[in-house]
Design a protein around this ligand. Sequence first.
Ligand code: PHE
Length: 562
Amino acid sequence: MHLLRTGAFLRAARSAELAVHGLRASVPASCSQSRWSSSQVAAEEQRPFPNQSVEPSREVDPNKTAAGSKEDSVQADFKKRLQKLGQENKILHENLSGAKILGNPYIFDETSNVSDSILNLVGRNLYDIPDHPIAITRNLIESCFPFPEFNHFTVKDPVVTVKDNFDVLGFPADHPGRSRTDTYYVNSNHLLRTHTSAHQHAAFQSLVAEKYVTGYTICADVYRRDSIDRTHFPVFHQMEGAKVWGLGAGESRFLAQTARTAKIAKQLDALPKTDIEVEDQATVFSKENNPIQSEHDPVELQLVVKHLKRSLEFLVEQIHKAAKESLDPAAREAFGPLKMRWIEAYFPFTTPSFEVEVFWKGEWLELLGCGVVQQPILNNAGLRYSIGWAWGVGIERFAMLLFGIPDIRLLWSTDKRFLGQFSRGKITRFEPFSKYPACYKDIAFWINPSPAGASPVGAASSATSGVAAAAGGDATKASPAETQPAAFHENDIMEVVRDVAGSLVEDVKLVDEFVQPTSGRKSLCYRINYRSLERTLTNEEVNRLHDEVAAKMKSRFKVELR
Ligand code: PHE
C-alpha cells in the first residue's frame, strides 16, 4: 500500500490567474499548540507566492495561438468553445478533444486519460466546508503547526505540470507513479496532482520573503487511479508541512552555521513533551540505507531529525487524544495507550526519510511520510542557506479513524443524514444509518496481449520494486497479468467501473485467474459489488450498469468476454 492514500500526488496558471488559482494562505485567528477550535477556521487571506517561478503558463492560452494554418484556426476555435462552456468542468469531443477544468481550457493528446467521472469531482473543496470531517481534521492538523511560525495554504486548482509533480522533486523517469495506469493526465504536460508535494517548490519560494514565518502547511485534493474499495477513492486529500532554518548571523560560514545549529537545538527544547510509547527503528543513517546529504553537518542533521520526529509525535498524540475524547467513558477505558513507531522510508525529495506507523486494532498502520528536504529543492527555491524538514499525510485515513467512518465514499455524500452529524471543532463518532442492499456481479474475460489503452507514459511502466511509492504507483500490483505485462492493468477495469457506475460500486475484487495451458492466454474474473449509500438499486439498473461495464471493457481494452 502506498503512502497517504490513506490510503495509497500537480499544475500551472497564467500569471494573472495566480491570485485566483494559486496558493492561498489561511491565517488562523487564534492558534495555540494545545487547543484547537472552530475559531481557527478563519477567512482565507489571499497570498499568492512572490516571485512565482513555477512555470507561469497554462499550456492552452487562447491568446497565444493566433491562427496561422487551417489547423491553428480549428484549434483556436475549439479553445474558444471550451472557454465559453457554461460548466466549470467539461470534456468536449469535436474535431479535437479537450476539457475545461475549473474554467481553464486544455487540449487533449495521446497521453490524456481524465474522464468525466473524475472531473465531476474537481472543485468540491471538502476541506473548505467547515462542518465536514475532512475540514475538521484539516483544522486539527493545522492547529499543531500554528501561525505565525507556519502559514496555512490551500490550492484549489488540481492541474499542475508534470515538472512540478515529478521532475523538480527528483522522481526518476521510470518511477511507477508517472505511469498512465496510476495517474490522471490532462495531456502530456499537465496532470491532476498526485500529491501536495507538487506545490513544495512554490511554497518554499514563499518563505524567502517572510520574516517570522519559517514553515507552511498545504492542504489540497489529490488524484490517483487506484483500486475500488472502502478505503480507496480516486480523489482524496493530503496535507503537507515543512519548516526551514536559515543560516544564522556570524562572521564566518562556520560561525553562522554554529548559530543555526544552536537555534535548532533551542527550538527542539521548546517543543511540547509527549507521553507516547515510541519505538524508533530509524536512528542509524548510512550511505546505503537512508543516507544523510553530503552538505549536511551530522550533528545539526540529528537535531533537525529530532525536531521533525518530536513535532510529528505531538501531532499523533493530539489526534489520539481527540479520538479518545470522542468516545463515551467506558469505551475510553478500552482505548489503551498510544503506541507508535518510526521506520525508514524512501522519497525522492527527502533524505533521510521516515514513516510513522501506529498500532491500531491489532495491526501497524502507516500514517504519514516525512524526511529532511533534499538540498537542491531548497536551493532552487531560493533557500540556499537553509536546512529543513517536510511531511505529508492523507487526511482520509485520519478522518476515518477519528470519526469512525467505515466507507470512504461517505465523505463525498451530500446526504443530510451524513453531513448533519458533524460540526466544526468537534470529533464525534459516526452513527451508521441503514445500509442499502448490495448486489454483486462477476465479469470474466481473456486479456488481449496488447491493447492500446494500457500503455504507460514514456519509460514509466517498469515497477522499481515491490515497495510503497510516493506520489502513487503501487509497484506491488503493477499488473495481475505477469505473462503479458503490458496487456492489462488492474486500474483499467477500476477506471471503467468508475466511469460507468461512479460511487454506486463499493468494491471490485479479482476472484479468479488462470492461464490456459495450450494457448498461454490468461483469463481474469472480477467481482463488482454494487451498492448505493443512498438508495436501493433495482435489478434492472444493476444489469444495465454491468452490461455497460462489459461493453466498455471490450471496446476500450479489446478483452474477450467469457
Ligand atoms: N508526497 C508524499 C506522498 O504522497 C509524502 C511526503 C511529503 C513525504 C513530504 C515526505 C515529505 O507519499
